[in-house]
Design a protein around this ligand. Structure first.
Ligand code: FSX
Ligand code: SF4
Ligand code: F3S
Length: 377
């Protein structure tokens, strides 16, 4: 239950976050739902945030486009400035820092010394390792050295974005600078939040989990939080009914594309990509969207070996490809091998998803007068 102590702090909390108590609790409930936590966890989250134990965060930027930070700046629940000022203590961030040059580097070193063993290190961008790492330097120091230095005394390391997770876009073959992910350089498992850009709610949820439980969330064998990366895009896609029925867009802008047909024949990698994009959307669950929702095939940006790596075939080749049989069934979880196909279980899964606040989207583009015989695969 909502704790008395927090209740007493209600006015202060409203003041701190610029949120009403109701909105603050809604935010906590949304975080709990995103992480798939049991009922009651929202109260723990509210307590942890209200207790003002702000973890020190040092945020490094290497080879990247700053899209990770940009996507975080577009999060709404709460807005980034609330996150920065009230949930974490952002002690070093090159993009958002007013300080520059020696002043900024001094702030980083001071934060590292003051919070030794306790700070959270967030890394955005890949790290070039070729030729001693000379292809990315900050303040005269290679990214490689800076990463190792900052990771040595961190309580936890989070790699945000596909670049930091496994090399991402800068590692696109032939990868001339040897762009690599944080985990492979440090030689240990770090929490990765891949995506180009990653969904800001997955990052927020990971930080809130650390704040609430003093530990990072359960991860898969690629370091990704299971709460966000256990399901295939293909499982929750609003175009899935069209895939199953063999209705495909064959060209951008054609009749099938306008009707919201499946994008598989335009190169969609949703059937082999694990992420929660269709469930939590970008820009907010209420009015947000996601790549496939806007008509662009998923390029598999969360998956090493798919995003920025697998060749995008010529359209003619894609149009002729036949959906392979044997894709994991719709309620199969990553790595479990479980196959739960009965309709009763499907109904249960849908109900659970709805209970968790996930938006279940319907059969997009199915107009009354729609011609089902349209483009067929
Ligand atoms: Fe950019 Fe981040 Fe892509 Fe990389 O996101 S959105 S290139 S994952 O490191 O800034
Ligand atoms: Fe699957 Fe992509 Fe088609 Fe959606 S658009 S049903 S993810 S292949
Ligand atoms: Fe990336 Fe595909 Fe989601 S391209 S953002 S994993 S829909």
């Amino acid at each position: 239950m909502y704790d008395d102590k927090i209740h007493a702090n209600e006015v202060e909390t409203e003041h701190r976050f610029g949120l009403s108590r109701r909105d603050f609790l809604s935010f906590c409930a949304a975080m709990a739902a995103t992480m798939g936590l049991p009922k009651g966890a929202e109260a723990q989250i509210a307590q942890a945030i209200a207790a003002k134990q702000r973890p020190s965060v040092i945020w490094l930027h290497f080879q990247e486009c700053t899209g990770c930070t940009e996507s975080l700046l577009r999060s709404e629940h709460p807005a980034i400035e609330k996150l920065i000022l009230d949930i974490i203590s952002l002690d070093y961030h090159e993009t958002l820092f007013a300080a520059a040059g020696h002043q900024a580097e001094a702030a980083r070193k001071a934060a590292m010394a003051k919070h030794k063993g306790k700070y959270v290190l967030v890394v955005e961008g890949a790290i070039p390792v070729k030729d001693g790492g000379i292809y990315c330097k900050i303040g005269g120091q290679t990214a490689l050295d800076m990463l190792k230095e900052c990771a040595a005394d961190a309580a936890a390391v989070i790699a945000i974005g596909s670049c930091a997770s496994w090399g991402g876009m800068p590692s696109t073959p032939p990868n001339p600078t040897g762009s690599s992910g944080v985990g492979e350089i440090l030689g240990k498992t770090v929490v990765t939040i891949p995506g180009c850009p990653p969904n800001p709610y997955n990052f927020l949820s990971t930080v809130v989990h650390f704040l609430t439980f003093g530990a990072l969330p359960a991860i898969d064998d690629k370091g990704r939080p299971k709460f966000a990366y256990s399901r295939l895009i293909h499982e929750n896609c609003e175009r899935r009914a069209h895939f199953d029925a063999g209705r495909f867009a064959m060209e951008f802008g054609d009749d099938g594309h306008r009707k919201g047909y499946c994008l598989y024949k335009l190169g969609c990698k949703g059937p082999e990509t694990y992420a929660n994009c269709p469930s939590i959307l970008f820009g907010g669950v209420d009015n947000g969207s996601w790549p496939v929702g806007t008509g662009h095939p998923c390029i598999g940006c969360t998956e090493k070996g798919i995003g920025f790596t697998k060749p995008i075939h010529a359209l003619a080749e894609l149009q002729n490809q036949r959906p392979p049989v044997g894709y994991p069934r719709i309620v199969e979880e990553q790595g479990t091998g479980a196959s739960l196909a009965s309709s009763a279980l499907l109904v249960g899964v849908a109900a659970a998803a709805a209970g968790a606040g996930y938006k279940l989207v319907g059969n997009l583009g199915r107009d009354e007068d729609e011609d089902d015989s349209g483009k067929q695969g």
